[in-house]
Write a protein that binds this ligand. Structure first.
Ligand SMILES: [Zn+2]
Length: 383
């Protein structure tokens, strides 16, 4: 255990040294007068655009993490066709890592109007790998994954805008620097348990963040460009914070549909009756698909959200768009629905593919040519 701490500290120290070499400027206290939308926002709980809570659309971010494949697609398909009260299709964001991902199914999610975002190529352990990840490592894991995802799923690269680091383990400044180079818009890896009620709104890193750092190292430099989409944590039944719904420890019994419905509502209402900062339903699919009672509660909960005129389930990048240009509930409901540009897929099943990192071989389904070997870090196209 001691050694783990020492290694962890060394990794963090080397990451800090690395960043120093990159000549980053330490972020200073946010200057509200100079930090203005649409490009800059100080971290805070004030409603953008100076709106009243009741005029502010309650954005809801439902996100699923990890590989997309035949094990979880049925649950995802059950969400197709769902609409917000304004008649527009709902948004869902998928933070997808490469291993065991079926790219034909990623293409299908994209074509159903959902957002595909990045969750790294390797999703590897230990967690200290991410804590100490340098700019180069994050570029190989996320910058290259953006190309990989776009290629194998045949989806436009400019629609891939978000990222979430495995285990929500922050890597200091490096991931945010990579975002600028790689063309990513927002990160949703950073939980807050201090700014829940009222909730923390998304913000930029031009100036120093005031957000609590639950998984250090958090960024310290001034990095104009990327947005932080903070994960406002849920509160479990004994008051402990949880970033993912499935990570809540003191929660209703798995068979208690009514208890789960109320648990979801209580967490939602904290935001909805508060400052209406985006409400996150961050979850892994298995929680819902393996528990019928939770699944029923989830459906009831979504039905209720979709019946409210001032609640909108949106993709992560739509939440950032709203931040840049805040609109009232009425304006938001009047705007045209998101456009769906169809991305074709001619599916191919590839395998068995040998891998460089393990002795097992893989099968994968893609919308392009089959790779020669299983794609991995440093060989994202498997050539
Ligand atoms: Zn994950």
């Amino acid at each position: 255990m001691k050694w783990a701490v020492v290694i962890f500290t060394l990794l963090v120290a080397s990451a800090i040294a690395e960043e120093a070499r990159r000549n980053l400027n330490l972020a200073t206290e946010c200057d509200e007068a100079r930090c203005q939308l649409p490009r800059c926002r100080c971290s805070g709980t004030d409603i953008p655009g100076g709106l009243n809570p009741r005029d502010t659309p309650q954005l809801v971010l439902l996100t699923f993490d990890d590989g997309v494949n035949t094990l979880n697609i049925e649950k995802y398909r059950s969400l197709y066709g769902r609409r917000n009260r304004d008649g527009c299709p709902i948004g869902i964001t998928y933070f997808v890592n490469h291993e065991y991902t079926n790219y034909k199914l990623v293409n299908e999610l994209y074509n159903n109007g959902f957002e595909i975002a990045l969750h790294s190529i390797t999703h590897q352990t230990p967690q200290s790998y991410w804590a100490g990840a340098t700019y180069e490592t994050m570029m190989r894991e996320f910058g290259h994954q953006r190309w990989q995802m776009s290629y194998f799923a045949n989806i436009p690269i400019n629609t891939i805008r978000g990222m979430r680091i495995p285990y929500l383990q922050m890597s200091g400044n490096s991931s945010f620097q990579v975002m600028n180079t790689a063309g990513l818009t927002y990160d949703s890896s950073w939980p807050t348990s201090q700014f829940v009620n009222p909730g923390l709104w998304p913000y930029t890193l031009d100036y120093a963040s005031t957000q609590d750092c639950m998984m250090p190292p958090c960024p310290t430099a001034s990095i104009p460009g990327p947005w932080v989409l903070p994960m406002v944590t849920w509160t479990d039944m004994r008051g402990f914070p949880c970033s993912y719904v499935d990570a809540c420890i003191f929660r209703p019994d798995d068979n208690d549909e009514e208890g789960w419905f109320r648990f979801m509502m209580n967490n939602f209402e904290r935001q909805y009756r508060g400052n209406r900062a985006p409400f996150g339903f961050y979850v892994h699919e298995w929680l819902i698909s393996t528990n019928p009672a939770i699944s029923r509660a989830f459906t009831r909960f979504l039905d209720l959200l979709n019946s409210l005129h001032d609640v909108f389930m949106v993709n992560g990048s739509e939440a950032i768009e709203w931040m840049r240009n805040p609109m009232t509930v009425e304006e938001f409901a009047r705007k045209p629905c998101r456009q769906r540009i169809v991305a074709p897929c001619i599916p191919r099943t590839c395998g068995p593919l040998s891998a460089e990192h393990t002795t097992i071989s893989y099968w994968m389904e893609v919308c392009t040519e089959c790779p020669n070997v299983y794609p991995w870090i440093d060989n994202p196209f498997g050539r």
